[in-house]
Write a protein that binds this ligand. Structure first.
Ligand SMILES: Cc1cc2nc3c(=O)[nH]c(=O)nc-3n(C[C@H](O)[C@H](O)[C@H](O)COP(=O)(O)O)c2cc1C
Length: 299
């Protein structure tokens, strides 16, 4: 199997997870420029807004970056057209099946990596012609499935022949080495990149993550299905439908509303104590993972 770095033309097998409203060009270009894979979150953007994000990213880096499509968005067809015409080469997908867009994406030479929470969906995506899958465990921040990363990754890597990227709960080189030990060929990190210097979120949001401990997050569930992980606060306590809205995330990310905003973050927040440039985060994690992979002893 080709290495993920060779397949995508990146230096490190580290993806910056798409984060709605947050993963915009300042963070995306910093991650890609540092040798990881920056991913623009298209969720909530019109076609023209996505075009602007792509162009601003291209101005800042010539290295590969991706766009994450949330497939249930109304603007999805427009977004697909825009990313093809703007020359985007890698797409990740969430919230639904990429089936209706697969042919046009593949015809445009785009590599497609759907995010999946289960073996069943991973297999479906392989059948559809996906180039790899991002298997995300329920430790992750944001919308989550039911299975933990530790249990999900070995089951997905056993079930498919395409490369598997592990996501959910990876916070340092130890987590990255563990993911590779379970058969993953790359990792996707969201929560870690919320602590990047270049991450365009309110200081209150970033500080809340740095101060979080191992039990600081909770999962809120919709009656009709769908679960969301974020920091425990008044909003998650009240558990209204509003907590699931993009507006609730915006209140946290833009206005720094710590109690009434949705502070989406994963369980690994408890490990993170410092804001660092994306380049430092990536290099430290990769170097530590390499070191561990050479020195691990089972005795
Ligand atoms: C604030 C936030 C917003 C997110 N938004 C999206 C999104 O729009 N699309 C998506 O596919 N995943 C989204 N995710 C999931 C991340 O891309 C990533 O897979 C996840 O954060 C990995 O787990 P970790 O947080 O433990 O590192 C989001 C995560 C966070 C923390």
């Amino acid at each position: 199997m080709k290495r993920i770095t060779d397949l995508l033309g990146i230096q490190y097998p580290i993806f910056q997870g798409a984060m709605a409203h947050i993963a915009r060009y300042p963070l995306v270009s910093a991650v890609s420029e540092a040798g990881g894979l920056g991913i623009i979150a298209a969720g909530g953007l019109s076609g023209e807004e996505l075009r602007e994000q792509i162009r601003e990213t291209q101005k800042r880096t010539e290295k590969p970056f991706a766009v994450n499509l949330m497939l249930q968005m109304e603007t999805i067809s427009e977004q697909v057209e825009v990313l093809i015409t703007e020359g985007v080469k890698i797409v990740t997908t969430g919230a639904g099946t990429p089936r209706p867009y697969m042919e046009s994406l593949k015809q445009a030479g785009i590599k497609v990596f759907p995010v999946v929470p289960s073996v069943k969906l991973a297999k479906k995506m392989e059948e559809l012609g996906a180039d790899g899958v991002i298997a995300e465990g329920m430790e992750a921040g944001g919308h989550i499935g039911e299975t933990t990363t530790m249990a999900l990754i070995p089951q997905v890597t056993q079930a498919v022949t395409i490369p598997v990227i592990a996501a959910g709960g990876i916070g340092d080189g130890r987590g990255m080495a563990a993911a590779f030990a379970l058969g993953a060929r790359g990792v996707q990190l969201g929560t870690v990149f919320l602590t990047a210097t270049e991450c365009p979120i309110h200081d209150n949001y970033q500080q809340a993550i740095l101060q979080a401990d191992d039990t600081a997050t909770t999962v809120i569930r919709k009656a009709k299905g769908g679960a969301l992980r974020g920091l425990k606060n008044q909003l998650t306590e009240e558990h209204t439908n509003d907590a699931f809205s993009l507006a609730a995330l915006e209140r946290a990310a833009d206005a720094g509303e710590i109690q009434q905003g949705m502070i989406m973050t994963g369980q690994i927040a408890g490990l993170l104590t410092q804001v660092k440039p994306a380049k430092t985060l990536i290099e430290e994690i990769f170097t530590e993972a390499e070191l561990i992979s050479k020195s691990i002893k089972i005795d």
